[in-house]
Each structure stands twice: as structure tokens, then as C-alpha cells.
Design a protein around this ligand. Sequence first.
Ligand code: KIV
Length: 264
Amino acid sequence: MKPTTLSHLRQWKQQGRKFATLTAYDFSFARLFADEGIAVLLIGDSLGMTVQGHDSTLPVTVEHIAYHTAAVRRGAPQALVMADLPFMAYATPEQTCANAAQLMRAGANLVKLEGGAWLCETVRQLTERAVPVCGHLGLTPQSVNIFGGYKVQGRDSDAADRLLADALALEAAGAQLLVLECVPVALARRVTDALAIPVIGIGAGNVTDGQILVMHDAFGLTGGHIPKFTKNFLTGQPDIRAAVRAYIAEVEAGTWPAAEHSFQ
Ligand code: KIV
């Protein structure tokens, strides 16, 4: 099998072919996901909650992400591996370059960062230095203390227009992918249609080019409050491999996420 690249994702968008992605944090799950056909893996700073047991992503460091990125890369040598720049890891140009380099050396193909037009210079700086960038808009968990909780974003028309402008600015600055989290479906459609780069949604309806889920949510491992935009794909399946195949099939058919898992 050939490595998955950003060009494949762009081609899939042009062809209208939807693709499924998952977070992964270790060798064994990365290998299983790749074996079953997941071509894009994210080492998300969600590991602060799912792996480390914190109540936010803020305690996660670049060293943590690098450690898990190296493990995921060993499990999925051909996957497109995306690694999160965690909280405060891209606050200054010097930090941004050094931290992105650490993640690329650990095995990432690109880095993801959270925020809008204010990050354009950072995106340009990374791209010019050979680090591809995925933007992340909507509910950006590193800003939980600004938002006052994990809330749907872009609900009113001003906020929706601002988010679309941010997405266009990030693309113009060189971002090659965009994650869109917890926004109304109509806004997700506007952003997906307006951008040439692929848009990967979570809690953004079935209108984006790709979908992502936190792996613990996809297999019902998350305790406490279960977010509306997640689903336990293990239900009714004999094992995790079958659950991954079910997830991929639903994403490719456009049946995941259904209306009850989306925000209107
Ligand atoms: O950290 C993460 O896992 C993420 C996804 C929810 C997109 O950013």
C-alpha cells in the first residue's frame, strides 16, 4: 500500500469521495485502524482527557504529543499522520517552529492548530518552512475557558460569517486541511463549499468532506456525559475491527452523522 498524502485528500474532495478518520494514540490501535482502512490518523490533544484523565486538553505538552505520535507512526507507517500542537505550543514564532519540528521528527506529516485569522502568520511561517498545517475552527477545546464550556459555535449569522472568513483566511495563508468542530450543518456546508482544501467535520453534520471521531467515543469507552455528535460503532458489531469498518462504511455512504447527531 502507498502512503496517503494530502494530494489524495484533495483528489477525494474533488471527486466527492467522503473519508473517515480517527484519533489514535498508540501503536496497536493505529495498526488496527490502518489495517481496516483508516488512511488519516490524528494524535489529538484529546489524549489529555481520554488517556491522561484530565478534564481539559490544557495540561497536554508537546512531549506528550510527540511520544504518542512516534507510537502511532510505528503502527501505521503508510497513514497520513496529523499531530496537534497543544495549548501554548504556538504562542510565539520561535516556539511554533521548534515544537512543530519536534512533532514532524516524531513522525507527523502535518500539524494541527486551533484558531482563526490571527493564526495566518503562523500558518504561513510553518508552510514556508515545509510543515503542512491543518486549521481547527468552531469549538476549539484549547479555548474552553474563553467559551465558558464546550458549546456549539457559529450559531448566529455574525458568528457564522466570522467563522467562514477565518476559514478562507487560513486557506489563503496556506493551510492544507481544516477541522470543523461542533457547528450547525448549514455553516459546515458553507465552509466546505467555499474551501478548495478538504474539511473534516466532528459535530458538523454529514456535509463535510471527511469525518473524525475521538476513538474512545467511537467505541463507547467514554464515561459520563456522551456528546450528541458521537456514536458507539461497536454496538451490534462482534469486535473493534468490525466497528471500524462500520464507521468507514457509514461515512463513505454519507449516513454518518445522521440528523440526530448534528446541530441545526
Ligand atoms: O484533539 C482532538 O482529538 C481533536 C479532534 C476532536 C478533532 O482535535
